[in-house]
Design a protein around this ligand. Structure first.
Ligand SMILES: *Cc1c(COP(=O)(O)O)cnc(C)c1O
Length: 872
């Protein structure tokens, strides 16, 4: 074993504190990692290492159960017996001498027979709760010694001392203690001298003022490590856990969430407090006060750089994370007294205090105050709430709104970001927001919504923040890889068609840009996915997405019919495919003039109406004929406000309440309603949506009687970001199969547009100029919003690459702009094109096959882009 303990002194080596949680100390190979890390830190950084450990997984819960069941001695003995076995078994697995545990296990058994157990006194409970860490640290020391490391055991209670806080009750003084963490040279010297250079201590436990044991409350081991770090002025505190660090959102809900490589203490505090479970919020304060950096590291990926929290992080303004907390309770209070009644706030807050409830968010107006209660700070159960409401009712009208979720954007300079958050506001605007609150420290903006909504909103909000630039994800010093990349490092996307066939694409560009290029094999592949869905009886292609003749012929050959929205589209379709049977064509115009409807009826295609107007005003067009009814199911969906085509604010579809009128008008006109149709938006990723729509249409159909088919529209989402999760075709198919099975009497029709062609198209542009203006780099292209409207119109994000220099490393962020005299003529912001990007290079804008060329315009009298296809 190694030499005597080092002597403390002015140039004594620093300490590094490493904390490991329950899962990290419950497996032998994890202890090997701990030993390796201790040794590596000591050898490479010439430091001393203190490891702080939690109890083995599940043990603290068992000890809690012993405390809760103190009145049942038989239960207590059984539980203690099981814990003794658990630790003896683990000692066996570690191959340590069982004798190492004898004393500790005896102490645990004695606590079961302790006279204080009957009453379950708080000091007894604290001692019981402390046993898990005492045991795990003892086992760890014994094991690492067998591995040849000179490791000392430290009793944390000798160093960490509970300090009673004002307003603290007896329970929290003992079982949720706060501790001193101001160290000095004397303490540091004593600590240095107290054992070898490698040591293991317990998280969670402290010395109570009466000399007994106190515990820190849940998450306490992180806090213990922070206390130690502050007390001994450690070089840093490393929190080892089972995730790689803090993320820009919960990776389980948002796989595109990015690892946050660097945060300052305030931001980390805010993220931890508003929902992230990685780090206990209480542990940041001591390190911040003592200026000790905190690292978060992943025990399963020990070599990966995680999150560093310190004070030196550049104060980069922007949203760093979006977090959510569930179980939030809102209490809304309306004054019943006079307007701006003096003392109203103090009257109500007094009552919260009396019930021991701490308030989180506050919103107020002249006559109303709404506050939120966070379950992680409060014991919020029905009894407490009922009592509170009864009390509040004496001074105001009370309403409880629950369960809610608080969604919080965290980052520096929230106020200066408001203009970039317009899409985020729009997203919230679609839902009922109960409360909005902006913190006075300018670090957070919180929206409280119904709990059921929150989970589903997170991925979209995260994408909106990233794409709008409000979350500066291109800042590599702060934003690390996405969870998806970390979790599945091998799942690199398959090369896209233009990557595999780059030379040919460059050759096409040489014929002149701006130019759209369509890859027909990709169109076919997408078409076959739809053709493979067994629930779908008939499939149509919405040709407004891309009307190129080769695309139409390809899809016709794949068995698709067509959906047109104008007379000109119909005529174009019949020019390309003159022999097409009218039964394979749908006509779904919006506010079309009579002549267009007349022309479509004359062709014999399926005509869809979405108001009673044509039937009532022009009944002669429809006498003895069939029509399809487009219904507005009352809500819209999609990637942007402008593409949602359902709900009262959308111009499309007949309101359900007007269906009887429509049916009557059809009867009066002598027309038969043969099908029902709904298409409520575009770019939808949630398969459940079509199930809902279909169910709604099917129940309407039952009432109408003459319906033979139900057309659920298109709207299938496309992942414009090639690293993001692709559309879940299996889930879509399953949702359709489910409704088809429930209503087998109706034929199921679909009419996707975007999904079939988006990925198959690319827009080729040529770089015109590269300009630096006051530190912002701009790459000019010979086509912009005239060639591709989507970024300017919807804030849509498209991948942009320099095809000429595809293998160059990414450079400094730049804005890619077009030649149009309009400030919205921006194709992409914060794009890391190669630094060498120069005049004449070919830029490729990916996933531009849908709503690209068809929306191009001649603004500024620029020429329309050319179009080409590749067919092998
Ligand atoms: C545009 C449109 C579609 C196709 O929508 P996508 O989002 O491109 O799939 C389908 N049906 C109707 C009526 C449409 O207007």
């Amino acid at each position: 074993m190694s030499p005597a303990p080092p002597v403390a002194g002015a140039d004594a080596p620093d300490w590094i504190v490493l904390k490991f949680g329950g899962t990290s100390v419950s497996r032998r190979h994890r202890w090997d990692t701990i030993g390796r890390l201790m040794k590596r830190r000591a050898d490479e950084e010439h430091v001393r290492v203190l490891v702080v450990v939690s109890a083995l997984s599940g043990v603290t819960n068992e000890l809690q159960a012993i405390c809760d069941g103190h009145a049942d001695p038989a239960g207590t003995h059984a539980r203690i017996g099981a814990l003794v076995h658990r630790h003896e078994d683990f000692a066996g697995e570690l191959g340590v001498d069982p004798g190492a545990l004898t004393e500790r296990l005896a102490a645990l058994i004695m606590l079961g027979d302790d006279p204080r157990a009957a009453a379950g006194t708080l000091d007894w409970q604290a001692e019981v709760m402390a046993q898990g860490e005492l045991l795990s640290s003892t086992l760890g020391v014994a094991y690492l010694r067998t591995q040849g490391l000179d490791v000392g055991w430290t009793d944390s209670r000798e160093w960490i001392h509970a300090r009673p806080m004002p307003n603290q009750n007896e329970w929290s003084k003992r079982l949720s203690a706060s501790c001193d963490y101001t160290g000095d040279a004397g303490l540091r010297r004593r600590f240095d001298a107290a054992g070898p250079a490698l040591r293991i201590a317990q998280g969670f436990i402290a010395r109570a003022p009466d000399g007994g044991t106190a515990i820190l409350g849940r998450g306490g081991s992180d806090t213990s490590a922070a206390y130690f770090g502050a007390l001994i002025g450690a070089r840093r505190v490393e929190i080892w856990t089972d995730v790689p660090g803090m993320f820009s959102a919960n990776p389980r809900a948002v796989p595109d969430a990015r690892l946050l490589s660097r945060l300052d203490y305030e931001e980390a505090q805010e993220i931890a407090t508003t929902g992230a479970k990685v780090l206990h919020p209480r542990c940041i304060h001591p390190c911040r006060e003592a200026r000790v950096p905190i690292w978060i590291r992943d025990t399963e990926r020990p070599d990966m750089a995680g999150t560093v929290i310190d004070s030196s992080a550049a104060t980069l303004p922007g949203v760093k994370a979006i977090s959510s907390r569930r179980g939030i309770v809102l209490v809304s209070m309306e004054t019943i007294g006079m307007w701006q009644q003096v003392g109203f706030l103090s009257d109500v807050f007094e009552r919260f205090k009396a019930h021991g409830l701490s308030i989180d968010l506050i919103g107020s107006s002249e006559a109303n105050v709404t506050v939120s209660l966070d379950p992680s700070d409060n014991l919020v159960n029905t009894n407490v709430l009922d009592a509170l409401c009864a009390d509040l009712a004496q001074v105001c009208r009370v309403k409880v709104i629950a369960p809610c979720a608080a969604i919080t954007l965290v980052g520096r300079g929230m106020r200066s970001l408001l203009h970039k958050l317009s899409d985020v506001w729009a997203e919230f605007g679609r839902e009922r927001v109960h409360l909005i609150s902006q913190s006075s420290n300018d670090l957070n903006l919180t929206f409280v919504v119904d709990e059921g909504l929150a989970e589903g909103m997170l991925p979209r909000l995260h994408a909106l923040l990233a794409h709008s630039g409000a979350m500066p994800v291109t800042e590599a010093a702060v934003f690390g890889p996405s969870w998806r990349r970390i979790d599945r490092p091998d799942s690199r996307r398959a090369p896209l068609w233009w990557e595999s066939d780059r030379a040919r694409v460059l050759k096409a560009a040489a014929a002149g840009t701006p130019r759209y290029l369509y890859h027909l094999p990709t169109v076919r592949a997408r078409a076959r996915e739809i053709a493979g869905l067994s629930a779908v009886d008939r499939r149509f292609y919405a040709l407004k997405a891309n009307a190129h003749p080769a695309v139409l012929r390809t899809l016709e050959a794949e068995g698709f019919g067509f959906e047109c929205v104008s007379k000109a589209e119909l005529e174009h379709l019949y020019t390309v495919l003159p022999a097409l049977a009218p039964d394979r064509v749908l006509f779904t115009p919006s506010f079309a003039p009579r002549a267009e409807l007349a022309a479509a009826m004359a062709r014999g295609v399926h005509v869809t109406l979405d108001s009673t107007y044509p039937l009532a005003r022009w009944p002669e067009l429809f006498r003895g004929r069939e029509v399809v009814l487009r219904v507005d199911p009352g809500f819209g969906q999609g990637h942007h406000e402008k593409v949602r085509t359902g709900g009262k604010t959308a111009k499309f579809g007949l309101a359900e309440s007007a269906v009887p009128d429509f049916v009557a008008a059809a009867r009066a006109a002598g027309a038969r309603i043969a099908g029902l149709h709904a298409h409520i938006g575009s770019g939808i990723h949630d398969a459940g949506h079509w199930r809902t729509v279909y169910a709604q249409l099917a129940s309407l159909a039952e009432g109408i009687g003459s319906i033979g088919f139900i057309d659920v529209g298109g709207g299938l989402g496309v992942s414009y970001d090639p690293d993001a999760e692709p559309f879940d075709m299996a889930a879509y198919g399953a949702a359709l199969a489910e409704v088809k099975a429930a209503w087998p009497q109706y034929a199921l029709w679909v009419e996707p547009g975007r999904y079939l062609v988006a990925e198959a198209g690319a827009l080729l542009l040529t770089v015109t100029q590269a300009v630096d203006k006051q530190g912002l780099r701009r790459i000019g292209a010979d086509g912009g919003m005239n060639a591709l409207m989507r970024p300017a119109l919807y804030n849509a994000w498209h991948e942009i690459v320099n095809l000429t220099r595809l293998d160059d490393p990414p450079g400094e962020p730049a804005e890619v702009v077009g030649p149009v005299c309009e400030s919205s003529d921006v194709l992409g912001r914060q794009r890391r094109l190669p630094d060498a990007t120069a005049e004449g290079d070919v830029l490729l804008v990916g996933h531009a096959g849908a709503y690209g060329a068809v929306m191009a315009n001649r603004y500024n009298l620029r020429e329309l882009p050319q179009e080409d296809v590749i067919d092998d």
